[in-house]
Each structure stands twice: as C-alpha cells, then as structure tokens.
Ligand binder design. Structure first.
Ligand SMILES: C[S@@+](CC[C@H](N)C(=O)[O-])C[C@H]1O[C@@H](n2cnc3c(N)ncnc32)[C@H](O)[C@@H]1O
Ligand SMILES: [Zn+2]
Length: 333
C-alpha cells in the first residue's frame, strides 16, 4: 500500500464478511473469508466486479471528467477555498468544517472524495489520519499522487470498507445526491462513526422553492437539465431537507445544525459569474492569490453569502449543510 499501511489497515474491513484485513503482495486479504482486494499504490480496490448500475454510471461520468481535466485538480489547487471555481461554496465548506473543531490525530473519512482536495486542505489545518472513498478510479489515482500518505478506497458509500465506530469525523460534500440509496449511505456513515463522532453533509434538496436554482430551472429548463445531468445529478435521487434530517435521526445521528445554502446571490456568483471575470483573471495570474482570497472573496461574500443567510433562515435554498453528532451509548439508552 504505502508507508502508512500500518496506521490504515486496522481501520479497514472486508465488504463481504466484515473481517479484518492484512497486507499481502499488491493486495489486502480478509483474515476471515480470504477475499483479496488489489492495491495499486495507495488506492485499495473494494469494488471488483460488483458496482451497481448507478455507481458504474457515476464512475464513468467522473472518470471522464478526470480525463478531461475538469475536476478540481490538487496539483494546481493549493487549498480548498483558494480556487476561483465555486469559490464561495468551498469557503463555506471550510467555515462549516472549522466549526466542528476537530482534534489533532482525528481519523477522517471523506465520502465521494474525488481528487482528495478536501482532505489535503483539512490536513493543513489539523493533523488527521485521512481516508477518502470514491467510485472514480481516475479521481482517486490523482488524489493518491497529490497526497501519497492518504488511504484511498475505490468503493461505494453504501458499503463502506471501514470498521464500525472507528472514525472521528465523516464528510460528504455534494455526494449523497449521487448515491443510489441515500438512507443506506447515511446509515453507513453512522456505523463507521465513533460515539460522539461528527458528520457533515452538504447536498442539494428537492424543496428548493424560491432559490436561484428554482428560478433558473423555470426560465431555462433545457440548460438547467443539461447542467444537472452533466454533474451526474439524477433528480430521482434528490430528497427534501426534512427527509435528510429524518434519515440522520433514524440512523442515530443527532442533527446539531441544518443551514440552507445555494440560496440566491452566492449561487449566481459561483455558477454564473465566476468564469466571466474574476476566475479568469485569477487563473491568468492577474490577481494574486492573497488579494483574491483575503480581499475580493470576503467583499463578494458581504453582498452574496450574508444576504443569502437571511433569506436562507426563512427556509429558502437549493442545498443544505447538515451537521450531526453520533449519539453516545448513554444517550441512546
Ligand atoms: C459532485 S462530486 C463531489 C466531489 C467532492 N466531494 C467535492 O466536493 O468536490 C460527487 C462525487 O461522488 C462520487 N460518487 C458518486 N457515487 C458514489 C458512490 N455510490 N459512492 C461513493 N462515491 C460516489 C463521484 O465519483 C464524485 O467524485
Ligand atoms: Zn471477508
């Protein structure tokens, strides 16, 4: 695997029988059923032949994006929030993450980790034991090149190859709407979290009335549909905010905060305007990063994210951040 194998392997388990794994030549082998999982560098293949149709579709979409170089690229993207694409969204991811106050040494799983940008960014704030899981091999290979000391799992959110109650935190940014069974994936997150461990989800929701996405889908339905499909979004996977909160509570994850996002102005900036001017100037090196990040972005947030918070508090927003804590045994009894 990699130089950190000894630290990672105790966290991993067989997806068939739940048995512990041991390292073999270019593979991890289940100590109970002997099933073998191939390792290519820091990527462990937990999929073999059994990706479902939906997951195969997702893997194809994101592998193709990786080949076209359309994914956030850890080689040229130094830190989360420093990249002009989805600048305000990734800054909000950082803010919500910092609010969790993770401790040094935390075992952290990023569900749908893509090219590993989030874990790489988080590891500059706090020392973590980083685990990333995704169905896209191309994305993971890139993650492993950029962060060779991470543990990269080619696998699925609905059968996470990680031991029960072993993770201090789990993150899933814009992933739950891609998985075939959201309730099951949230159940898996609850299983792998230790009691008191935290999970943070960000996902679009069905009840988006009044948001910019809602307006856009009405005035430009064809373009909206094309964008949704291009992102691998299948509307039938979407759920309402209330459904998501119910899935969390049913799985034993107490919801500590649920805040609407992608309300109106931030959405217009991130998805419509960024390419037109600022992003281009930043990419062309005309705006220094420090100026962009420390002056321009906060100024844009004043007129976008701040008013959005007020509207969002009234229940408007096309996506939601859900912060949860897994109940301790005492709380559950
Ligand atoms: C919209 S991208 C989000 C990537 C990243 N979390 C971010 O915020 O930039 C969705 C990711 O979920 C992955 N994905 C789709 N279905 C999945 C599944 N069943 N299990 C795990 N990951 C999945 C995709 O390959 C893709 O990398
Ligand atoms: Zn096994």
């Amino acid at each position: 695997m990699n130089s950190n194998s000894d630290a990672f392997i105790p966290f991993l388990r067989c997806i068939d029988c739940g048995g512990g794994l041991r390292e073999d030549i270019a593979a991890l082998v289940c100590q109970a059923c002997r099933r073998s999982y191939a390792t290519v560098g820091a990527v462990v293949d937990f999929t073999a032949t059994e990706l479902g149709a939906r997951a195969r579709e997702q893997a194809a979409i994101y592998d193709a994006k990786e080949e076209r170089d359309e994914l956030l690229n850890p080689r040229v993207t130094p830190l989360l929030g420093r990249w002009p694409d989805l600048l305000l969204t990734y800054r909000e991811h950082s803010r919500q993450t910092r609010a969790l106050r993770l401790q040094n040494g935390a075992a952290v799983l990023d569900l749908g980790c893509s090219t590993g940008l989030f874990l790489r960014s988080l590891s500059t704030l706090v020392s973590i034991v980083p685990f990333g899981i995704d169905v896209s091999l191309g994305s993971l290979a890139r993650a492993a090149r950029a962060m060779p000391n991470g543990c990269w799992l080619l696998g699925q959110a609905d059968n996470i190859p990680v031991v029960d109650e072993s993770m201090d935190a789990v993150f899933a940014f814009d992933v739950l709407e891609h998985v075939p069974d959201m309730a099951r994936a949230i159940g898996e997150v609850a299983r792998v979290l230790r009691p008191g461990g935290k999970a943070l989800f960000h996902l679009p929701v069905l009840d988006l009335q009044g948001s910019f996405d809602d307006v856009h889908s009405r005035i430009r339905p064809d373009r909206h549909r094309a964008e949704m499909l291009g992102a691998g979004h299948f509307l039938k996977n979407f759920r309402t905010r209330a459904d998501v909160l119910t899935y969390c509570e049913q799985a034993g994850l107490a919801v500590s905060r649920a805040r609407r996002f992608n309300v109106m102005f931030q959405n217009i900036f991130d998805y419509r305007l960024k390419h037109r001017f600022l992003g281009r100037m930043f990419n062309a090196g005309r705006i220094p990063w420090s100026w962009y990040h420390n002056v321009v972005a906060p100024a844009i947030e004043l007129v976008t994210v701040l008013p959005d918070r007020l509207i969002g508090a009234a229940g408007v927003g096309a996506s939601v951040y859900v912060s949860t804590v897994k109940a301790t045994t005492q709380q559950r009894n």
